[in-house]
Design a protein around this ligand. Structure first.
Ligand SMILES: Nc1nc2c(ncn2[C@@H]2O[C@H](COP(=O)(O)OP(=O)(O)OP(=O)(O)O)[C@@H](O)[C@H]2O)c(=O)[nH]1
Ligand SMILES: [Mg+2]
Length: 218
């Protein structure tokens, strides 16, 4: 398709989520694809993937193929195949688990090696931000690492859904060089649906008219 001004452009992007087991890669993927969250941990064996189509200004139709890689694949024979052709690699860690943050460097170095012949967008993703009270990785450490490695930086919660849609939308836009307005970004924020409850009409009680048996004579 030509990229002429008034035509809808269509693009495909491959996004790969990597990081230690239990950091929440599947949960982020499930939140983004189905707007659901599973409390129970089911380890991903190998790879799972889904496609999602979004529209960005332009107008540009973007088909994201999101690849959710099992945490056990680091050091295995398949990781290079899973990363092949990636446009973006998301390095996911769990803010309540310090080793998941420490181990990200191994993931990052490995992914860099496998993606060496392509310009790839790397992002550092702090997950489980709903568990702030259990935080084991200081935010400063996150910022320091992302600056050191020149990574884009996100904080999300797959459980509450906070910033998940916005993150994918911003990643796609940045890769494609599309500028999003604040309204467009805010549009993607998760909407918390609250039921509007119509209060029952409360009528003031009627005054009780007591019949008095007392007769007053004036
Ligand atoms: N509170 C909270 N729990 C989360 C969040 N994300 C994931 N979890 C929980 O963490 C556990 C692991 O999540 P998964 O998404 O399966 O982790 P994973 O990174 O896919 O793990 P592997 O498949 O082994 O690589 C599950 O019990 C999830 O319910 C989050 O944002 N907040
Ligand atoms: Mg998984």
């Amino acid at each position: 398709m030509s990229d002429s001004e008034d035509e809808i452009k269509s693009k495909n992007l491959k996004i790969v989520l990597i990081g230690d087991g239990s950091s929440g890669k599947t949960s982020i993927s499930t939140r983004y694809s189905q707007d659901q969250f599973e409390r129970q941990y089911n380890q991903t064996l190998g790879i799972d993937f889904f496609m999602k189509r979004i529209t960005l200004p332009g107008p540009t139709q973007v088909t994201l193929s999101v690849h959710d890689i099992g945490g056990q694949t680091l050091g295995g024979a398949m990781l290079d195949k899973y990363l092949f052709g990636a446009d973006a690699v998301l390095l996911v860690y769990d803010i309540t688990n310090y080793s998941s943050f420490e181990n990200l460097d191994d993931w990052y170095q490995t992914a860099m090696k496998y993606c060496a012949n392509k310009k790839v967008y790397f992002a550092l993703v702090a997950n489980k931000c709903d568990l702030e009270h259990l935080r084991a990785v200081k935010h400063e450490k996150h910022v320091k690492y992302s600056k050191e490695k020149d990574l884009q930086s996100f904080s999300v919660s797959a459980k509450s859904g906070e910033s998940v849609n916005t993150m994918f939308q911003q990643i796609a836009a940045q890769i494609l060089g599309i500028t999003l307005s604040r309204i467009q970004v805010e549009d993607q924020h998760r909407v918390v649906k609250a039921e509007i409850v119509k209060p029952r009409e409360v009528r003031p009680p009627k005054p009780v008219q007591k019949k008095s048996s007392i007769c007053s004579i004036q």
